[in-house]
Ligand binder design. Structure first.
Ligand code: AMP
Length: 411
């Protein structure tokens, strides 16, 4: 299938040809005709599948079909994080490069004034995070009453991040007559309930299997002691000569501490997380993309939406608490057709986190030992693992009550 069969406005066709897009990705092939036909759409597609163009191209086409004497806010794209907002706005601006349409961006954590200024210049399509959009609405800078196209990008993450209330406030200011599109990497009951309130008889598009990991990412899981993870990570990166590696930790403190230690190992490493200023995050991300930093350590929220074209290696230094985050994390590599490798590190006592990941993936991930880093089972479990579900189960097994709680006197 070629893009020309999709009958998009020639200005859009020309722009994507210049970007080197030859044929639509699977999500684009399904979503573009549905959106052009005016349907609401609910699509299961993660970052890296070409989902931005899947919603942006047909929306831009609609906007171009109804030219206005001056810009009018008619399309709103809601995204969970600043990084994703920037990335999506940048992509849409490229797609709209040969048109007169005004595409603008609004996200929190930076001064609101330049955003107010940009919006006052006129905007047809706004990409925004929910909190900042509410600030702008509160100041009377934008009005949503002409918005007829609404997109929720990474809806699952938007709910995880607790934006439900903000979204319900935004929704009250939107016209009822509109076309709504929802994209989500994972689907659970929360996302379905959310979609039922906001979408009307949506066309369902499921590109990859539900909650499936990116197709081109190989996954390896190593079982090793927690206190050897850092040494192993540096060893792996050095011995395999990986040049651009994204590492995930559970906590901000963990990210900083790991980055500090890895620097001592001689690897150019920086951390990004929510405690860093927006400017610092953008700088580090740009350096990482440019190859000036070899290792980037990130928390889940900070890494959301990071799009690095040729990223091949992701390391889960900690397994995520929220199993769906695993899918998002490993989706950072192996994008746009490239091969990727996701390495996860698990310590004894963390098996309960793996069980949940396997349930989400609907796939078994068999732990391996790496020669020289085999776990030392004679060591006692770390304090914070003593109450993990895995530890509880093991203790229960030892007690012989098959995992049921309750104190049974031994002998
Ligand atoms: P997204 O999932 O929207 O973040 O897109 C992931 C990457 O794929 C981005 O770098 C896009 O520029 C690229 N991309 C999107 N659609 C296509 C296409 N049809 N052909 C080639 N690359 C694409």
């Amino acid at each position: 299938m070629s893009f020309s069969t999709l009958a998009l406005d020639p200005r859009l066709q020309s722009a994507i040809a210049k970007l080197g897009y030859r044929e639509p990705t699977p999500v684009q092939a399904q979503a573009i005709p549905a959106v052009l036909a005016g349907n609401d759409v609910m699509a299961g597609a993660q970052t890296g599948t070409g989902k931005t163009a899947a919603f942006a191209l047909p929306l831009l086409h609609h906007l171009l079909q109804q030219p206005q004497p001056k810009p009018q806010l008619r399309a709103l794209v809601l995204v969970p994080t600043r990084e994703l907002a920037q990335q999506v706005e940048q992509a849409i601006s490229h797609y709209a490069a040969e048109t007169e349409l005004a595409v603008t961006l609004a996200y929190g954590g930076v001064s609101i004034n330049p955003q107010i200024h940009a919006i006052k210049q006129g905007v047809d399509l706004l990409v925004a995070t929910p909190g900042r959009l509410l600030d702008l609405l509160g100041k009377g800078v934008v009005s949503l009453n002409k918005v007829v196209y609404l997109v929720f990008d990474e809806a699952d993450r938007m709910l995880d991040m607790g934006f439900k209330e903000e979204i319900s406030q935004i929704r009250k200011r939107l016209p009822n007559e509109r076309q709504t599109l929802l994209f989500s990497a994972t689907f659970d009951e929360g996302v379905y309930a959310f979609s039922q309130r906001l979408l009307r008889e949506p066309t369902l598009i499921e590109v990859a299997k539900r909650n499936s990991a990116a197709a081109k990412v190989s996954q390896t899981l190593y079982l090793l002691d927690a206190d050897r993870k850092r040494e192993f990570t540096s060893y792996l990166i050095g011995s395999k000569n990986w040049q651009q590696v994204l590492i995930f930790t559970k906590t901000r403190q963990g990210a900083d501490a790991l980055a500090k230690e890895m620097k001592k190992d001689g690897l150019k490493t920086e951390a990004i997380h929510g405690d860093k200023s927006q400017g610092a995050r953008e700088r580090v991300l740009a350096q990482f993309k440019a190859g000036e930093i070899r290792v980037l350590v990130a928390t889940d929220v900070a890494a959301r939406g990071i799009d690095i074209e040729a990223l091949q290696h992701v390391i889960n230094f900690d397994l995520p608490f929220i199993a769906e985050d695993y899918v998002h994390r490993i989706g950072r590599c192996g994008r746009a057709g490239l091969e990727g490798l996701a390495v996860s590190l698990m310590s004894p006592g963390e098996e309960y986190l793996l069980e949940e990941i396997e349930a989400v993936l609907d796939q078994r991930l068999a732990p391996q030992w790496y020669p020289g880093f085999e776990p030392d089972f004679t060591k006692s479990l770390p304090e914070n693992n003593k109450n993990s579900r895995g530890a509880q189960k093991r203790r229960a097994k030892k007690r012989g009550n098959g995992g049921r709680s309750g104190n049974r006197r031994q002998g």
